[in-house]
Design a protein around this ligand. Sequence first.
Ligand code: F6P
Length: 533
Amino acid sequence: MWKPLDVMRDAAQVRSITALFSEDANRAGDFSLNTDGLLFDYSKTSIDAAGRAALVQLAKDADVAAKRDAMFAGEKINVTEDRAVLHTALRNLDGDAVLVDGENVLPEVRETRSRMATLANAVRDGSFPGGGKRITDVVNIGIGGSDLGPLMAVLAMAPYHDGPRCHFISNVDGADATDTLAGLDPETTLVIVASKTFTTQETMLNARTTLAWAGGQAAIERFVAISSDPAKCAEFGIPAERVFGFGDWVGGRYSMWGPIGFSLMLAVGPTAFESFLTGAQAMDQHFCKAEPEVNLPVLLALVGIWNQQVCGHGSRAVLPYEQRLARLPAYLQQLEMESNGKRVAVDGTALSRVAGPVVWGEPGTNGQHAFYQLIHQGRQVVPCEFIVGCEGHEPALQEHHKALVANCLAQSEALLKGRSEVEARAQLAAKGVSGEKLDQLARHKVFEGNRPSTTLVYKKLTPYVLGQIVALYEHRVFVEGVIYGINSFDQWGVELGKELANGLVPAVSGGDYPENASGSTVALLDHILSAQG
Ligand code: F6P
């Protein structure tokens, strides 16, 4: 399956991307896709026509289309947890039926969304809680997939935010709860405890701390629970009318489309929330219908696979030129690395190649003044994914948006073209530098160039567009997982640390150290306990 790509490796690694542009005057058009308002340009990569054909064949050989259909049809493709994978059902606004174990899950999804909308409207118009003070603030307590999605989206949707202020507590570090709750009034704060399992140590501890801050059990009337385990929500004391459930067929990091997105719904209102779902649903439909050559999630996945498997670049930077997408890289980090950071295939056999890149990033232009030095001149090549809108939401600040766009385009151009030593010397000479100083400085001013990047362009970051973008990345991760042959929907790699942390809790409280703790951990415990006195 990989052979046609493997044989391209040597040529691809030395290929000049600028030469590809010289050979094909229409390369920008030939190696980009424009669909439903999104333009994806992958022309600034070393993929040529033969490479693309081999990549598309790879997707066909891996049976991406059949596996995609199996996912949408509710087959239990998450085999290690014996679960269907149906986050798409949460944004299926007009379909007839999606079956899990023979049962149509759509009526319950829609009923839950309608209950969420009723409560959201009541909070937003001040009729909740009846007789009490109007809710001005919302605190979402959750971690990982129960935090990153809504946090990212609430920030992204600031121009549409006309509901209560939203805050997020995730870290078990008491500093997070302390700093987030400081200045909030318990009587005007709605608390959402968001946890699929309702057992996550950090979330449950933060929930108990916040309940105590709010005044104890009497304050439970301003608590909402979101979980797939309603019994545990009841045990915590939150009545069924304020519990919003979802099926175990929604993975944590894929869950912002349903009740986990409640803080977003409170922020922007049910109508804008639905528009967010509509954008995602449109991407689902595109993913299901478009041929691989013109299928956005498939192409995005294939470009990533090319960069990693053919060119050998193990890291990927996500660089949104949109300050409100500041948390998108962190969100995508979980999505990609928790899904595809695996060492075995679905059948348990060892993977023959490293699956899943390291994903990281920050918004531009800030990153330019921090880590872009390495991106431009470091020895390792980091494929960059630029994301930018044609328009901002600040008509009075056009100058800012123009500067933003110029910077975004400049970075991919610089990565592509670089600066040769001849150019560097000429530039220095023009500034009057000469002799030994010129010889020495010129070498520092050389940019190798030929560094791959892609650019995703949207018109304006509306709820619909945000839905499109997030669903695009979800499906990209799915396609990558299928091609690598892994189950992208479990996360056993997070278990060991959780188990060891539970074992260490008594030790950090002065109790017994765990048996078999390493010498280092024992020494660290000794040091911390003695420093604590
Ligand atoms: O520890 C990893 C993880 O299970 C994530 O997959 C999940 O998003 C997060 O913890 C939170 O889990 P929960 O929603 O059950 O609290």
